[in-house]
Write a protein that binds this ligand. Structure first.
Ligand code: CMX
Length: 136
């Protein structure tokens, strides 16, 4: 198996991006990088940087969003870990070949024009895991 490159971001499900801003920016002192809508995932995301650690806060934009369902069932909180890869199609093929259960067989568009694909939490110790190939 080809190792992932690095931790890309930590995903946190929230009801409201605006309500969390004072904690992440004001209390933790994280650097706010901006907000983006990701229609394919039915979410609005805000990125914060703490040195080289990036946090992605995810707010649902639709009751059918995976994030809305997550919050409904489990409440707000840690949602996923995303790892940087440099050839996402090859990694998906490799993982499937190795018996890893993928949610996405083909990459889908994520924030910042990245290509993303999720490993099912049943294949990753209960931690929803995202592969992320940045646009640049
Ligand atoms: N982390 C860990 N486990 C999770 C989870 C999460 N974020 N979300 C769901 N689960 C677990 C559930 O607890 C459940 O476990 P049990 O069977 O033990 O109860 C299992 O996964 C199945 O969950 P479910 O509620 O029956 O199924 P859902 O319809 O909610 O689907 C999942 C779950 C993970 C397949 C779905 O949320 C998904 O496809 N996620 C990937 C896409 C996504 O999360 N997009 C939002 C982020 C977008 C972005 O980063 O841009």
């Amino acid at each position: 198996m080809t190792p992932v490159k690095s931790l890309n971001h930590v995903g946190i499900a929230v009801r409201s991006l605006d309500d969390q801003r004072s904690f992440y920016e004001g209390t933790l002192g994280a650097q706010y990088e901006g907000t983006e809508e990701v229609p394919s995932q039915k979410v609005r995301v805000a990125f914060y940087l703490i040195n080289d650690v990036r946090l992605e806060l995810l707010e649902p934009t639709d009751p059918e969003s995976a994030i809305a369902k997550f919050i409904e069932k489990r409440g707000e909180g840690l949602h996923h870990l995303a790892f940087t890869v440099d050839d996402i199609k090859a990694r998906i093929a490799e993982y499937k070949e190795g018996g890893v259960r993928m949610i996405d067989d083909v990459p889908r568009p994520g924030a910042h024009q990245a290509q993303i694909a999720f490993v099912h939490p049943k294949s990753s110790c209960g931690v929803l895991t995202e592969l992320c190939q940045p646009a640049h």
